[in-house]
Ligand binder design. Structure first.
Ligand code: TPP
Ligand code: MG
Length: 353
């Protein structure tokens, strides 16, 4: 199993620290109503994205995820400015301000979103796996999915197809123990969620996602096996979200003590201890990194605040795919029809009141 080098460990820490600090700032900005819409923070789960996404060929292998998606594209190289501007709905955002918090996307990072429908990314990942196999590429697709999402019907179909067609998809359940305010114990009879793989005769593994060193090491082996064999696998990564489900979560379903005891196992603290133990860093290094990262975060916020709104004329851009050449198909017609349909439904709804 390939352990991370000393340099990698330091860069893992800085990467996780950026994810943590940028999201703490995002939380503040949301409370200050600097932007609106949904906002699901990843705080506590950073070792999962750093451990998994450093195990792939960044920018070549595909990654797809749910709505808790601010940090993964950053690990894949998306500039913090593009992420922050997207939250603010600005034209400089990664999808020109049309996606917002739940729909980050990075073409260069091959990050295919950012999906708000729980479990919706699973069939897409199977489709990507099919494309990789069809075009005989030497690639894999990583699909991050929540623990509650595995009870969604489409997850079953996606797993089944990936298994029967031997597709190079790595399904990763980020088990943070809750789906909104419901503990996974109340919605799933399995003690080990990865056991779902047995129903598809699929390989499975459980990973301690609080420990980035373990996560990276195990995932590196898994990724290379899937690349070689083109057989899917279901991974359960144990983690914990230290903040609420979204910004409007009173968290009545868990006690303060539970959260406090999890803080002691915080992935950032564990890695900091390891860096100190291995003498790879001193306290002064951590202070320097904090300062460097604070500057990056503030630069992203200023950039987002000062960026322009998208033009109203761009409203329909990128909604429909460009017309393939030679096809008699008029996108404008569909735009008009969609606008008319929305108008008609609105009128009908008003008439019913
Ligand atoms: C199909 C569908 N059903 C319900 C919802 C509402 N919903 C949003 S998040 C969520 C919980 C999902 O929890 P989990 O999959 O564990 O992911 P986590 O939020 O813990 O990352 C639910 C039920 C939705 N967005 N889509
Ligand atoms: Mg969950």
């Amino acid at each position: 199993m390939p352990a991370p080098s000393n340099d990698q460990l330091v860069s893992f820490y800085k990467e996780m620290l950026l994810g943590r600090r940028i999201e703490e700032r995002v939380g503040q900005l949301y409370v200050q109503q600097k932007f609106s819409g949904f906002c699901h923070l990843y705080i506590g789960q950073e070792a999962v994205s750093t451990g998994c996404l450093n195990a792939i060929r960044k920018g070549k292998d595909y990654v797809i995820s749910g709505y808790r998606d601010h940090v993964q594209p950053l690990v894949l190289g998306m500039p913090p400015r593009a992420m922050m501007a997207e939250l603010f709905g600005k034209s400089t955002g990664c999808v020109r301000g049309k996606g917002g918090s739940m729909h980050m996307f990075s073409k260069d990072g091959r990050f295919l979103g950012g999906h708000g429908i729980v479990g919706g990314q699973a069939p897409l990942a199977t489709g990507v796996g099919w494309k990789i196999k069809y075009t005989k590429e030497d690639l894999v697709c990583l699909c991050f999915i929540g623990d509650a999402a595995i009870n969604q019907g489409q997850f079953h179909e996606a797993m089944n197809m990936a298994a029967i067609w031997n597709l190079p998809v790595i399904f990763i359940i980020e088990n943070n123990l809750y789906g909104m305010g419901t503990a996974i114990k109340r919605t799933c009879t399995l003690d080990v969620l990865a056991d779902r793989a047995k129903g598809y005769n699929m390989a499975q593994a459980v990973v301690d996602g609080r420990n980035v060193i373990n996560t990276y090491t195990q995932m590196t082996d898994i990724v290379e096996t899937v690349r070689k064999t083109s057989k899917p696998i279901l991974i359960e990564i144990e983690t914990y979200r230290l903040r609420g489900h979204s910004m409007s979560d009173p968290q009545a379903y868990r006690s303060k003590e539970d959260v406090e005891s999890e803080r002691a196992k915080d992935c950032l603290i564990l890695l900091k201890d390891e860096l100190l133990k291995r003498k790879l860093a001193e306290e002064s290094d951590f202070e320097t990194w904090e300062e460097e990262i604070a500057a990056v975060v503030e630069d992203a916020v200023t950039f987002a605040e000062e960026s322009p709104e998208p033009e109203l004329s761009e409203l329909w851009d990128d909604v429909l795919a460009p017309e393939p050449e030679g096809l008699v198909f008029n996108a404008d017609m569909y735009r008009t029809q969609a606008a008319e349909a929305a108008g008609t439904s609105l009128e009908e709804a008003m008439a019913r009141r």
